[in-house]
Design a protein around this ligand. Structure first.
Ligand code: DX5
Ligand code: ZN
Length: 215
């Protein structure tokens, strides 16, 4: 069964408390929180202040996806705001191993996010140090984009690496996940489905979350 992590990027921020409560009552496993800096990605979203407010609404796991340069400057702030798990981008981190150690030293789970053009083979020497790989299946920066079909073979390849080395690493798929493609994504070897528009723009978000869990 999939771990489902709705992305709040697609939520109605005028009713953020209501959206958080809806997720809290749903079968959603994690809150996926997208942080964008307008530098690593061409968009700006929200930071620790908003996450701190959301933290008051739920005890579910906060999965923070940092799409920012120099994440080491802010990792402690996100911990204080309530992050349980933080992913940083391999493309933004020349000292990735140090960033991972920093996240872990603050008592959080650590993940690495990879852009669509980044081969999973580049993860060979970091895979044993992380809890999660966020495979981006759209170009990071915006919700509501189309899933890049080539991603399915990347999922298979990564899953093979993880199984071969018997590592406890979760594969999280982020971008363009729908009720139509979620089955193929899970069959390719994913563990976690991030879904923004598919959840928040659906007529019945809670029912959509339940469906995603079982596809
Ligand atoms: C994109 C973000 C995603 C995004 C997914 O940069 O990392 O988490 O919110 O949104 P959907 O599911 O709408 O593609
Ligand atoms: Zn994300």
């Amino acid at each position: 069964m999939a771990i489902v992590a709705p992305s709040l990027l697609a939520a109605n921020f005028l009713n953020l408390e209501k959206e958080c409560k809806m997720l809290n009552e749903s079968e959603a496993d994690w809150f996926h929180l997208d942080v964008m800096d307008g530098s690593f990605v061409p968009n700006i979203s929200y930071g620790p202040m908003i996450i701190e407010f959301m933290r008051r609404t739920t005890k579910k796991l906060f999965d923070v996806h940092l799409m920012i340069v120099e994440p080491e400057k802010y990792i402690e702030d996100f911990r204080k705001a309530g992050a349980d798990q933080i992913s940083v981008h391999i493309e933004a981190c020349p000292h990735l191993h140090r960033n991972i150690q920093q996240i872990k030293s603050l008592g959080m789970k650590a993940g690495v996010a990879v852009n669509p053009h980044t081969p999973v083979s580049l993860l060979v020497d970091i895979l044993q140090d992380v809890d999660l790989i966020n495979l981006m299946t759209v170009n990071p920066g915006f919700g509501g984009q189309k899933f890049i079909p080539h991603s399915l073979s990347k999922i298979r390849e990564l899953r093979k690496m993880i199984d071969t080395w018997n590592l406890p690493v979760l594969i999280e798929i982020d971008g363009g996940v729908t009720l139509e493609n979620a089955g193929d994504i899970m069959a390719a070897g994913a563990h976690v489905l991030v879904a923004g528009n598919t959840v928040f723009k659906s007529a019945d978000p809670k029912a959509t979350i339940s469906k995603l869990k079982t596809l």
